[in-house]
Design a protein around this ligand. Structure first.
Ligand code: CDT
Length: 287
């Protein structure tokens, strides 16, 4: 599979730069097929992995073991659960030993189930159901790592839940089209709206974020790119500069998390969740 070869090559470059953990985009093994209104079941089924690692992704896991560099990989998952086939937009975390540590299934599935006239086709809801694994946090070499996929990054709940679950580092994979017909007035803000929620999420939840995007033209559609590494201070520590295959790296200072917590976000000291509930009860139901 050409995609796996590309990913292995990128992992080798990351390892050569001293990276101990890498993140690849959402749906990194295939094209971003939800841009198409597909009706052929056999064609659709071909985009999903029914096992991980499978024969091809095992090669990537073998490379991780050889390079001692773990990775997170977005892929389309098909699984038999509760007596039926279920399809999720998934990210797997693989350790330095090449073994699967755990997986996350995308919670916020955007777009629609069928094409609506006048809008860019984004049919994720036709091909995936929302994730059913919550926001898990995994131990990776003693560091607590959470995962998120694309539209998740725009939602404060993602960052807050991962933070409350103890994440120190969050790995994100995404595919964002540059053009969305339904919102021309926002077109010039695409990159701003990409980084804004991640910078705010990192800052307000004192986590490091590494976000990996598909970039450039894929099947004629321009994808946004803008891969980045963001510090718990909210600053972008490293930013992709091209729309080609590119590796960005940064040595994350995990002590910065405690510093940022001390300055503003000492949750145990200042956060008051029991009071927040009381206030909303007093205000009465919103609907
Ligand atoms: N893949 C993904 O989640 N993309 C969305 C764009 C969809 S908007 C209909 C994103 O939030 O970037």
């Amino acid at each position: 599979m050409e995609a796996v070869d590309r990913l292995i090559h990128l992992l080798e470059q990351a390892a050569a730069r001293g990276a101990e953990l890498a993140v690849f985009p959402e749906m990194a093994l295939t094209t971003f097929f939800p841009r198409w209104n597909l009706n052929d079941d056999a064609e659709i089924a071909g985009y999903y992995e029914s096992q991980f690692p499978g024969p091809q992704t095992q090669l990537l896991c073998d490379a991780a073991r050889k390079l001692k560099t773990g990775f997170a990989l977005g892929y389309s998952e098909s699984v038999e659960e509760g007596g039926r086939v279920r399809r999720f937009n998934t990210m797997a975390l693989v350790g330095q030993d090449g073994e699967l540590i755990g997986r996350y299934r995308k919670m916020h599935i955007p777009g629609s189930e069928s094409p609506e006239e006048g809008t860019t086709v984004h049919l994720e809801r036709r091909y995936f159901e929302p994730g059913n694994l919550g926001f898990p946090v995994f131990a990776y070499r003693g560091v607590r790592v959470g995962l998120a996929l694309c539209n998740d990054r725009r939602w404060p709940e993602t960052w807050r839940m991962l933070c409350l679950n103890g994440a120190q580092v969050v790995l994100v994979g995404y595919n964002t089209p540059v053009l969305l017909d339904e919102a021309p007035a926002l077109a010039h803000l695409r990159m701003f709206h990409n980084h804004l929620p991640m910078q705010a999420g990192a800052y307000q939840n004192t986590v490091w974020i590494a976000a990996s995007a598909k970039a450039g033209l894929e099947e004629g559609q321009a994808l946004l790119g803008g891969s980045c590494i963001i510090a718990p201070s909210g600053e972008i520590a490293s930013l992709a500069s091209s729309v080609g295959d590119e590796v960005i790296t940064h040595r994350a200072d995990l002590d910065l998390i405690a510093t940022c917590q001390r300055v503003n976000f000492d949750f145990a000291r200042y956060r008051r969740p029991s009071e927040y509930a009381l206030i909303s009860e007093r205000a009465g139901p919103l609907e």
